[in-house]
Design a protein around this ligand. Structure first.
Ligand SMILES: [Zn+2]
Length: 301
């Protein structure tokens, strides 16, 4: 079976591994400027040329250590990715306009690797990873990735931008915390960056911990946070029908599935559209690596 390189930039790190079929066959090599989730701006303030050079070096090391000639390299990246170009990436502004596919192809070629490269959205890669690992390549897979921003991945991929994280979930003009600058966005409530902007005095984990201890301001926000995620999900249900919604990423640990279910039921009233379920899945990094690699392998054939 062919071996493919999967490269993920989910969770604020660059992670690279070898993939065969739907499984990792090497340890994950991780680059992270800082292990602290809130301090990782260092990595993402790097110019894209440096990010790509680092990725190419990691792939070269992987190839040398494992003595393989990968059939393809697949990279996933946050934002609107079309034809290998990062058209927009609200939380990684330096990436806007970068032809990531061409840059990585050239960086690998200059290191003696003529591997074919493909690039896709990071949440879409997570959806592909779930579809592949669960043997559900025939089904519709939808996944929320909750991190610095809010991603919504879909497998099979939707041809449009699919920026469901930027769905408008409130008409309150004071809701301006989304990294893209749009008002009332889901990510402006649920995203890690947005939570830190809203609560300048508290980290997200403190907000949810305080909510559990009865702090009124935090408890109110916890409900708003779940309502916003339910509203985004309801939008997808009304567009694409009911089904299972996976939730992954660092902030998935804040999810109370029963609360989400309750709010979604309030928001979706038509009987043919009821019956959706949520499942929190661990291991976003592995899912994204596998998904990026599976996408790359599919492009090649
Ligand atoms: Zn937005």
């Amino acid at each position: 079976m062919e071996q493919t390189v999967g490269i993920a930039s989910a969770g604020g790190k660059i992670s690279v591994a070898l993939v065969e079929g739907d499984r990792l066959i090497s340890p994950v090599d991780v680059y992270s400027e800082s292990g602290d989730y809130s301090e990782r701006d260092d990595l993402f303030s790097m110019p894209m040329e440096s990010v790509v050079a680092m990725v190419a070096e990691m792939v070269r090391t992987l190839r040398r250590e494992h003595q393989v000639e990968p059939a393809a390299a697949g990279m996933c990246f946050p934002g609107i990715i079309r034809n290998g170009i990062v058209e927009e990436s609200p939380n990684l502004k330096q990436a806007k306009g970068a032809n990531l596919c061409r840059m990585l192809t050239e960086a690998l070629a200059s290191r003696g690797l003529t591997t074919r490269v493909s690039v896709c959205n990071d949440a879409d890669a997570a959806a592909t990873g779930i579809a592949a690992q669960r043997g559900q390549m025939e089904n519709l897979i939808r996944v929320w990735t909750l991190g610095q921003g809010v991603g919504f991945g879909r497998y099979p991929h939707y041809p449009g931008p699919c920026e469901v994280g930027h769905t408008v979930v409130t008409l309150d003009p004071k809701e301006t915390y989304c990294g893209c600058g749009g008002r009332g966005h889901l990510e402006g409530i649920v995203g890690h960056r947005a939570m830190r902007l809203r609560f300048l005095d508290l980290e997200p984990e403190e907000i949810f911990a305080n909510a559990r201890q009865g702090d009124a301001r935090c408890a109110e926000f916890e409900l708003l946070w779940h309502r916003a995620l339910a509203a985004g999900t309801a939008g997808s249900v009304h567009l694409d029908g009911p089904g299972k919604f996976f939730i992954a990423g660092p902030s998935a640990r804040f999810v109370q599935v029963n609360l989400l279910n309750q709010y979604l039921q309030e928001m979706v009233a038509m009987s043919p559209l009821q019956g959706s379920v949520f499942e929190v899945v661990p291991g976003l990094e592995e899912l994204a690596i596998v998904g990026a690699a599976v996408n790359a392998a599919a492009v090649q054939h």
